[in-house]
Design a protein around this ligand. Structure first.
Ligand code: AMP
Ligand code: ZN
Length: 132
């Protein structure tokens, strides 16, 4: 059984800050910023793409509720909401989860990737590849 299934089953302890019949939110053991929280469905799905539609919708709703809780209790007004989907994207626990990372000041969480400068032709080609 995966580590988040064990947390959902209360087989291993966690700092749960929100719970309903289908979801849990608990403090990430590695706090990128203070209040860094994970929103996790109790049922096991490997990643975002594996979710059913209902769970996908509910996950965003729960994320919003938990962010509002953190806003109220920690007096924080900005957040990065992150999902790492797949190994190369940095997913280390293969049970779907959303990171809620409170942002207290600019630079609390850096995304260092450089952006690609595409020409008009390249944009058109890319757009067509996706929509056709
Ligand atoms: P990701 O890299 O997106 O798969 O995120 C997995 C996250 O789970 C990491 O930020 C870990 O710090 C966190 N994590 C792993 N084990 C636990 C645990 N037992 N309790 C709380 N957070 C955990
Ligand atoms: Zn699991």
């Amino acid at each position: 059984m995966c580590i988040f299934c064990k947390i959902a089953n209360k087989e291993i302890p966690s700092y749960i800050i929100y719970e309903d019949d289908k979801f849990l939110a608990f403090l990430d053991l590695s706090q990128v910023t203070i209040g860094h929280t994970l929103v996790v469905p109790k049922k096991h799905f490997a990643n975002l793409l594996e979710l059913d539609e209902e769970t996908a919708k509910e996950a965003l709703n729960v994320t919003r509720k938990v962010a509002l809780l953190l806003k109220e209790k920690l007096n924080v007004f900005d957040f990065n909401i992150v999902n790492n989907c797949g190994e190369k994207a940095g997913q280390s626990v293969h049970h779907f989860h959303i990171h809620i990372i409170p942002i207290y000041k600019k630079g609390d969480l850096e995304f260092n990737a450089q952006s690609n400068k595409l020409s008009e032709a390249e944009f058109k080609k890319l757009h067509n590849k996706i929509i056709k």
